[in-house]
Design a protein around this ligand. Structure first.
Ligand SMILES: C[S@@+](CC[C@H](N)C(=O)[O-])C[C@H]1O[C@@H](n2cnc3c(N)ncnc32)[C@H](O)[C@@H]1O
Length: 336
């Protein structure tokens, strides 16, 4: 492979190699060549460190790449800040990049693609915003697209990471909920996104009906496509506000309130939509110290609807921040 090299006498080789490494320009995947007492140190670009430079053919070093971190050319002092992991949605990698590394974000994107041959796009996640919980994304490397197909538990989901919410981190939680669904239940998933709860439930369990809806038209378009693609004819797709969908779908046996930042606002509507006995999966992003208060608030909401809480299981889905967790409350209510 052709590369720029810094040409140094053999005895200065180690010193200059370290200097180039510290500047993040040493091409570690290329071999250092020796000829006539001179070393040719391969660099990512033409570098002036007071020694001659020359473009020449360099052999690949064949060092196994364990992580994109091994090949990302960033200044050594910033290396500890390189993200240790990223989300993979289909063939798209999505990651948050710390402020100090932002000037190097495209190089990070290219390194991720080189270290992960199955990936085709790397996107910088600048945060989830708005009622539709859509990510603000910047494509850093690879193909200029945000659409992909993600496989979860053998089911295929068309996803557009820039137009509809999808998180690959919640697969186990979706399975945990799906496994609770009993034969003949009427289930509603009114914050369905592209459909990973509703479709999994319809495919794995013998629910009588599954109503799946979302207020985001882009999510509903993908949801329809995913319902058809996974051949789950028991899923009824709706578009619109969760409150209206719940009212129209009642009576229900089970409701998934997967809108963690404001699910409690919809709890009264969910309680009103349940049949004589039923279960609601209410999600929350909570300070650990507030978990007891949330349990109490759920009990009070049920009581206000004349319903008794028969059982309440609190399940920690995952850590959300150093002091907060994403928590599921599986609440089963009876007549009162
Ligand atoms: C956290 S996402 C959950 C997506 C999905 N359950 C999943 O597992 O991928 C919340 C979804 O609720 C939708 N949403 C937000 N407010 C809504 C409302 N008032 N009525 C219906 N859907 C709403 C958003 O568009 C988003 O797709």
């Amino acid at each position: 492979m052709r590369s720029w090299c810094v040409v140094v006498p053999r005895e200065r080789g180690e010193e200059i190699r370290r200097l180039l490494k510290a500047r993040g320009v040493l091409q570690k995947h290329l071999k250092v060549t020796e000829a006539s007492g001179q070393l040719f140190l391969p660099t990512a670009e033409r570098v002036d460190v007071g020694w001659p430079t020359e473009e020449r053919e360099c052999e690949e070093a064949f060092t196994p790449i364990r992580s994109y971190k091994d090949i990302a050319r960033v200044p050594e002092e910033l290396r500890p800040q390189l993200p240790t992991s990223f989300d993979v949605i289909g063939d798209i990698a999505v990651l948050k990049i710390p402020e100090a590394l932002r000037p190097h974000r495209e190089e990070i994107g290219r390194a991720i693609l080189r270290a992960n041959p199955k990936l085709r796009v790397v996107a910088h996640d600048r945060g989830v915003a708005g009622a539709f919980r859509v990510r603000d994304l910047e494509i850093l490397a690879g193909e200029r697209r945000t659409t992909t197909v993600h496989t979860e538990f053998g089911l295929r989901y068309h996803v557009d990471v820039a137009r509809a919410y999808f998180s690959p981190r919640l697969g186990r939680e979706r399975l945990r909920v799906a496994e609770q669904v009993a034969e003949g239940e009427a289930v509603a998933d009114p914050f369905a996104g592209v459909g990973p709860y509703a479709i999994l439930i319809a495919r794995r369990r013998r629910a009588a009906r599954v109503v799946a809806s979302d207020a985001n038209p882009a999510a509903v378009e993908l949801l329809r496509r995913n319902v058809a693609g996974n051949r789950v004819d028991r899923v009824e797709v709706r578009e619109g506000d969760a409150r209206l969908v719940l009212r129209a779908a009642a009576p229900l046996d089970r409701i998934v309130l997967d809108l963690p930042h404001s699910a409690m606002d919809f709890l009264p509507d969910a309680l009103a939509a349940l049949g004589p006995r039923g279960t609601i999966h209410v999600y929350g992003i909570l300070e650990d110290a507030d978990r007891g208060d949330r349990v109490q608030a759920i009990r009070e909401a049920a009581a206000a609807h004349g319903r008794g809480v028969e059982s309440m299981r609190v399940h920690v889905v995952r850590a959300y921040s150093p002091t907060q967790h994403h928590v599921a409350f599986d609440v089963t209510v009876g007549p009162g």
